[in-house]
Design a protein around this ligand. Structure first.
Ligand SMILES: [Zn+2]
Length: 166
């Protein structure tokens, strides 16, 4: 049995409180919302919040990180499609050189994803400011130099992700 004196454990909204705490709600905010003291909430979070709920919160962070690499991969295939179109339009030589460069970005992406899988606690902010990610951006824009339209499109997509200038 949990300590019966914990006001949070005895609170009739405990399932909701636990859910919010696991989702990253602050001790103070939760305390005010449910009319308890901040110390009670902190003690409850430290001692009584179930391992299962903590795991849910950790999984959410992991999903955020995986999403970042998914988006980078999406971006890559988008750039690749544009290059393929350039190739079909008869700019084969230029497109080939550019695709070669883009291939290197795949290796960086693979490295990035691998690192994320090994370190699931890495968050999106860290990914976007990581040297690997900045290198990917640089190489993509460099590779697209012969294709101004494609370059603008990719730079726009990168900007949507919150970084880089065209
Ligand atoms: Zn408790």
């Amino acid at each position: 049995m949990a300590e019966p004196r914990c006001t949070v454990c005895r609170h009739h909204d405990r399932p909701e409180i636990d859910r919010q705490l696991a989702g990253g709600a602050s001790n103070l905010g939760t305390a005010e919302k449910f009319g308890m003291s901040k110390d009670s909430v902190r003690r409850h979070r430290e001692r009584h919040l179930s391992a299962a709920l903590k795991a849910v919160a950790t999984r959410r962070e992991t999903q955020g990180a995986v999403k970042a690499s998914d988006r980078a991969e999406e971006l890559y295939s988008k750039a690749q499609r544009i290059l393929e179109a350039a190739e079909e339009a008869g700019q084969g030589q230029l497109a080939l050189g550019a695709i070669k460069e883009l291939r290197a970005t795949v290796e960086l992406l693979a490295k990035l994803s691998g690192e994320l899988d090994e370190r699931p606690q890495v968050n999106v902010l860290n990914v976007q400011s990581s040297p690997e990610w900045l290198a990917i951006q640089g190489r993509m824009l460099e590779a697209l130099a012969p294709f101004p339209d494609a370059r603008v499109a990719v730079a726009g997509a990168l900007e949507d992700m919150g970084e880089v200038e065209a």
